[in-house]
Structures are given as structure tokens and as C-alpha cells.
Design a protein. Structure first.
Length: 322
């Protein structure tokens, strides 16, 4: 098996290398790509040192079994179709192809089956969406979710290494915001992405559109507010849902226990508690009745929300297609 990792010097890229090794995936050959900025730097994979190469169109004019792509939307739009033309499977962390009806948008635990006999670009969903749908898909199967109201508390690392650097500089007193629209240190910023004419942000609409596509149910009424908080790693979400059928809390617990890679947790779970985990943590489940539910949802955004899901997509594709 031959693999390429594009954006290997980034937050998600470096984590994907870690997750590949944790899952003991040892390709016969592997290439690492970045922009010209990091090209030439060394990267370690299974105790061996590799040199990062600058990505060019020629780099992808051969068939890779899998390309793990995490270099942003514009890079993906330009390079993924070239790789697809040469017969490669591209697992793309950007939003470039998530809305494309011809490309699967995959959380393997939920809809991984659609990868059977598929070759080409596979979209990895937005980080906030992945951890939300993982906690909701079994409840949706059992009771039918009619409405979701979600507020996110998203870490600086969701904006990549530049986001982390900006928060760390602000802690040292350098406060000019560039990556975030306002100072993030000692603050909370209720804007992620750009505002659209409706007043919703692009990040909020990702949660709406991607949830519909992954759960294959466009009838769910979804109301998101996405907020950046001065946390380095780990996204939290307050999720309120309404269901079509009446539930009991015992049945909800049963659904969550059956949800793959979801952990029902006691007490108040915080991003620091779960850093480095591949699970999504659900806690503080509350209700006043038997048709609406509120809970707290926390996951490691770089792992669950990106790298781990990408590697899980690859493993599911391998399992289904030999
Ligand atoms: N961070 C998250 O929580 C998260 C979650 C889900 C999805 N994503 C998505 O994953 C992607 C990567 O995010 P990230 O957080 O890892 O960003 P990042 O830390 O800023 O890393 C970006 C990577 O892309 C490379 N790159 C930039 N321009 C390139 C070019 N023209 N050709 C080849 N490589 C290029 C960079 O290389 P250099 O080192 O040379 O600059 C770096 O390796 C984005 O699409 C992001 O939206 C991120």
C-alpha cells in the first residue's frame, strides 16, 4: 500500500501520522507533502526520518492507494481532482467537497457503508459536526430527531497552527487579532468563518448541511451558534434536541451506550479531561419531559474531529474494498 500525506506539517497532518502509527498501519511507501514553506523539513514516521516535499501537480500524477489531505480548501480544490483522475482515494479534511452530492461525506460509525465500491474524493466532515452526529445517530435511529439547537465552545486549534500561535501570542500581550475576528485571550468570540446574508456564519451552516447529509435526513430543524473560546484543544457543545417519539431516559442511555466511540460520562467533562482521546464524551443529560433533551458533548477536535475520523475512513474503505 502506498500513501501520501498532504499538509503533513500541520496540526491535523501531524496527528494523522500519530493515529496511523497507533493503528499499526504501516504502508509499503509513504510521501509527505507541504507548501514550499515547510518543504525540506524532517518528519518522523515509525522511527524513520523523511523529508517534506513541496506539493506540485506532478506529485499526484500517479496512483496512491490513499491520500490523506489536510492543506485547506483551496489546495484541495486544486489538487484533489488531479489525484482522483489518476485513480487515488483522497480523504479530504477541508470543506471543499463536503457539499458535493457526488462525493461521500463520511463518519464511518454512521454511514461508512457508502464507501463500498467507491474510488475518489471522500470528504471528512467539520469537527463540530462529527462529534455532534456521533452522539446523536443512535438516538435519531430510535426516536427520530426533529430539532437540534446547538451552541459550540470551539478551541483555538480548530483554526490550525496559526490559531494556536495567535492565542499564545495574545497570552504574552500581543493582541492584534488576525486569525480570529476579535482578541481571543480572556474573551469569547461568537463568530467562526464568515457571516452570510442570513446572519448565520459559514461554520454554523456546515453544522446544518453536513448533519443533514450524514444522517441522510433533510427534515431535521437545526439551529447552531458556533463560538470560539480561549481553549487550546477540545471542542465542547451544549446540545438540545426534540424527538418525534417519546423516550425514557433509560432508553436514551441505552442508545448512547450502543453508539460506537461515544462514552457516557459522569459529572462535568472538560476539554482538558479528554485531550488525546478518540472518544466523544456525553455528560449532563437533562430533561423536563420525554420529548426534549439537553446534554454536554466534548471531544478532541484534532483527533475525533479530524485525524482519527480520516484514518477511520481509510480503514473502513480498506475493510470494504479489500
Ligand atoms: N484543526 C482542526 O481542528 C480541524 C478540524 C477539522 C478539519 N480541519 C481542516 O483540516 C485542514 C488542515 O487544518 P490544520 O488545522 O491542520 O491547518 P494547519 O495547522 O494550518 O496546517 C496546514 C497544512 O497545510 C499545508 N499547506 C498549506 N498550503 C499548502 C500548499 N499550497 N500545498 C501543500 N500544503 C500546503 C501546510 O504546510 P506548511 O507547513 O508548508 O505551511 C500545513 O502542513 C483544513 O482544511 C481545516 O479546515 C481542521
Amino acid at each position: 500500500m502506498n500513501i501520501a500525506v498532504i499538509g503533513a506539517s500541520g496540526e491535523v497532518g501531524r496527528m494523522m501520522l500519530k493515529v496511523l502509527q497507533e493503528n499499526e498501519i504501516a504502508p509499503d511507501s509513504i510521501d509527505f507533502y507541504s507548501s514550499a514553506k515547510s518543504a525540506g523539513k524532517q518528519i518522523k514516521f515509525y522511527e524513520k526520518e523523511y523529508k517534506l516535499k513541496e506539493l506540485t501537480e506532478e506529485s499526484l500524477m500517479k496512483k496512491y492507494d490513499y491520500i490523506l489531505m489536510s492543506a485547506g480548501g483551496n489546495v484541495s480544490k486544486k489538487f484533489s481532482p488531479i489525484a482522483e483522475k489518476y485513480g487515488s482515494n483522497i480523504i479530504d479534511n477541508s470543506s471543499a467537497f463536503r457539499g458535493d452530492k457526488t462525493k461521500p461525506l463520511v463518519v464511518p460509525e454512521i454511514n461508512g457503508g457508502i464507501l463500498k465500491n467507491y474510488t475518489g474524493i471522500i470528504a471528512n466532515p467539520n469537527c463540530s459536526t462529527i462529534q455532534m452526529v456521533l452522539s446523536l445517530y443512535k438516538i435519531h435511529e430510535c426516536f427520530g430527531i426533529s430539532k437540534i439547537v446547538v451552541s459550540t465552545y470551539q478551541a483555538a486549534s480548530g483554526a490550525g497552527k496559526k490559531g494556536i500561535e495567535e492565542l499564545e501570542l495574545q497570552e504574552k500581550g500581543i493582541v492584534n487579532p488576525k486569525v480570529f475576528s476579535k482578541q481571543l485571550f480572556e474573551n469569547v468570540v461568537p463568530k467562526i468563518g464568515d457571516y452570510l446574508e442570513t446572519g448565520f456564519s459559514t461554520e454554523e451552516m456546515k453544522m446544518v448541511n453536513e448533519t443533514h447529509k450524514i444522517l441522510n435526513d433533510y427534515s431535521i430543524d437545526i439551529w447552531p451558534t458556533t463560538v470560539r473560546v480561549p481553549v487550546l484543544y477540545g471542542h465542547s457543545e451544549s446540545i438540545y434536541i426534540e424527538t418525534n417519539s417519546k423516550f425514557t431516559l433509560d432508553k436514551i442511555f441505552e442508545c448512547l451506550e450502543k453508539s460506537e466511540n461515544v462514552r457516557l460520562a459522569d459529572g462535568d467533562v472538560t476539554p482538558i479531561d479528554i485531550a488525546g482521546s478518540d472518544l466523544t464524551f456525553v455528560s449532563r443529560i437533562r430533561t423536563f419531559n420525554n420529548k426534549s433533551l439537553l446534554f454536554w458533548n466534548v471531544a478532541d477536535n484534532i483527533r475525533v474531529g479530524a485525524a482519527t475520523n480520516a484514518v477511520r475512513i481509510m480503514m473502513k474503505h480498506m475493510e470494504l474494498n479489500g
